[in-house]
Design a protein around this ligand. Sequence first.
Ligand SMILES: [Zn+2]
Length: 282
Amino acid sequence: MKAPDFFAKLPNESVNVTHQRPLRSFFKLLSRISLLILGLYLLLALITRAGVNFISHDQERALFEYRARAEAAQQPSIWPDKAKIQSLVDKLLAHYPATRPDWIFSTCSKDANAFAAPGLRLIVTSGLLNQIQTEIGLSLVLAHELGHIHKQHALKSLGSEVAWALLTTLLGLQDDTIAGQLSETTSLLSSLSFSRDQEREADAIAIEMLLATYGHLEKSEEFFELALKEKENSAVNFTILSTHPDTAERLERIKKHPRYKNNTPTLVSSEWTAPKPPASCN
Ligand SMILES: [Zn+2]
């Protein structure tokens, strides 16, 4: 019988030393956590986005009424030309049925801009009113914002904000309440950024609204032409450029529209004078 082979050797002293690289493991873990958070955010954004689709205009109105009333209280008490903007909005909506904004506000700013804020709020800057000279030019800007309001884009873009607030609260990354965060978000107009698809949708509604109202689009491009002309002029900042699709592309879409030309000029009132911003803005 042969004795089993036996080789004496020293014990393996590196048995407690990991063969894995700790830094590599750390980054692996970090990337997995990041992916998990991203997935959770996308899921929450999807849920909240789907959720806001079920919010009616009436519910939207009710949800943001407190904020709109607070904003109304801060509005200048004397703004005679607000009626002109209201009647232009009514004229557009009489020809193209869409949601009527509950509130028309002005904000003093050099920037030529207009906003559609959640709660059926239409906001125009004094910079816009100081620049636009034609009825159809202002109509295009207003109709675009009416498109955003009708499609509840502001509320929908808030969906991802809600998801973000929910996620950061769940992860304990911030101490503020969701309500606090939301009210802060909705108070900041700059945080209302619409997607390119939403911008295109608002543009398409604006074009249809103008065609239904005026029968053509001629000279409605005033805002874009002003924007392109003034691009280099730092005195007037067309901030709308940064949030909206390419100005030249939008201008071309209007000018190349088969129904661009005004074949019945009598339809455009020559009496129209541009509404002025509140005197307190000057
Ligand atoms: Zn827009």
